[in-house]
Design a protein around this ligand. Structure first.
Ligand SMILES: *[C@@H]1O[C@H](CO)[C@@H](O)[C@H](O)[C@H]1NC(C)=O
Ligand SMILES: *[C@@H]1O[C@H](CO)[C@@H](O)[C@H](O)[C@H]1NC(C)=O
Length: 395
């Protein structure tokens, strides 16, 4: 059940992303209540100071997503959103959604004097062949209506931000403890979203994420800078490959499992970084090559195409350290390492003695999410088109 959640979200994010690349959607960013990053940190100060907003962990046996508060409208209404580097637009439940969004806090556009109804309707249907909870037909679907309003994150405010009101949704969204998604794709100042508006007001064009496991807590997003109290050492940066567009991704020459690799795993691949999902996706052959180095008893689950599992009573003793190698801007290899503790994402709903393993097969895509990001402090540098990582404090 919980994977289905994260996977469905993932697919949602990808869907949003694809809509965006068709040029139909304007970018947006950011949200939450806030506090300003500590003075004396190595932030370049320009017209706007960075702002840090706390994030809550959506946890169902494993860390699924991190979400925080933004405010929308005049007077401001509180809206909770996932900060999703895998998508670009802002959408959230609204009173137009009525009973279908009864489980979510709903934004009431009639109570906002700054709301503009731009009147375009659209929908996002989430579909995929993978997931513990299978996507059947259009059982993950959001219906949207476009608008504009003032959006702020702490003291940082932008006006006339393009956004979408959710006017209907399928029941699969009922378990979300948040109202929407704030896309954080790699959009520059020329784009039309919240983050872009702040960049054009002089905010440095980067943000940073501290996505911690639930036991560590204190997760946060810093817009416009970094919070040097949340990492140690000097971050290592890697450049986004040319042609990445809005997509946060890096080129990786090698995957290793428990220090071993294979020729297939040593093939260059491009990996997307998606803060809006907890799962990891690789093409089927790659996924099976990784599992072969962990245990021959990790098997595909025929009931849930794309997923794999092994007896729960064996999973915690399996060494499964996965090193994903990247190349720094200085030309040196560095690894992002997924510890063995991430291997199990919990029992399958239809077979509770079998635990699902971390990676799902998804042909045509390599993607990592929270299960990697939560072991690092990550710096998403839009302006310099690079991603940075440093050891996270307390993780
Ligand atoms: C969002 O705001 C509400 C109301 O002020 C607060 O109770 C909640 O803790 C905030 N959530 C986060 C993640 O900061
Ligand atoms: C990255 O991981 C591989 C496989 O475990 C290891 O051989 C290599 O030394 C690591 N590289 C660095 C820079 O730590």
């Amino acid at each position: 059940m919980l994977q289905s959640k994260s996977l469905s979200l993932l697919v949602a994010l990808l869907s949003v992303l694809s809509i965006e690349t068709q040029g139909q959607v304007a970018p947006q960013t950011i949200a939450l209540s806030s506090r300003v990053a500590p003075r004396g940190s190595s932030l370049k100060r320009r017209a706007l100071s960075p702002s840090t907003v706390p994030l809550a962990d959506f946890f169902l046996g494993t860390d699924l997503q991190w979400f925080g508060n933004i405010s929308v409208g005049t007077p401001p209404q509180l809206v909770t959103v996932v900060f999703d580097t895998g998508s670009s637009s802002l959408e959230f439940a609204s009173t137009l959604c009525g009973q279908a969004c009864a489980a979510q806090v709903q934004f009431d556009s009639t109570k906002s004097s700054s709301f503009v109804d731009t009147g375009r309707t659209s929908s996002i249907t989430f579909s995929t062949g993978v997931g513990v909870d299978p996507v059947i037909g259009a059982n993950y679907k959001l219906t949207l209506r476009s608008g504009q309003d003032t959006v702020s994150v702490g003291g940082l405010k932008a006006t006339n931000v393009n956004l979408f009101l959710i006017t209907n949704q399928t029941p699969k969204f009922d378990i979300d403890p948040f109202s929407g998604i704030q896309g954080m794709s790699c959009m520059g100042a020329t784009a039309q979203g919240f983050f872009a508006a702040l960049i054009s007001q002089g905010l440095p064009s980067l943000f940073s994420m501290y996505l911690t496991p639930k036991a560590v807590g204190k997760a946060e997003l810093t817009i416009g800078g970094t919070d040097s109290t949340k990492f140690t050492g000097t971050p290592i940066f890697a450049s986004l490959p040319a042609g990445s567009g809005n997509t946060w991704r890096l080129s990786s020459p090698k995957l290793s499992v428990n220090g071993k690799t294979t020729s297939l795993l040593s093939t260059q691949r491009t990996i997307i970084f998606d803060s809006g999902t907890s799962n990891i996706l690789f093409p089927t052959t790659t996924t099976e090559a990784i599992y072969a180095l962990i245990s021959p008893d990790i098997k595909a689950n025929p009931n849930e195409p794309g997923t794999y599992g092994i007896a729960c009573n064996r999973i915690s003793s399996l060494p499964a350290v996965i090193d994903i190698t990247f190349t720094s801007q200085a030309g040196k290899p560095f690894n992002l390492t997924i510890p063995s503790s991430e291997l199990s994402v919990g029992p399958f709903a239809n077979d509770p003695s079998t635990c699902q393993t971390l990676i799902n097969a998804f042909d045509g895509l390599s993607l990592v999410g929270g299960s990697v990001l939560k072991h690092y402090y990550s710096i998403w540098d839009v302006g310099a088109q690079r991603l940075g990582f440093a050891p996270a404090v307390g993780v």
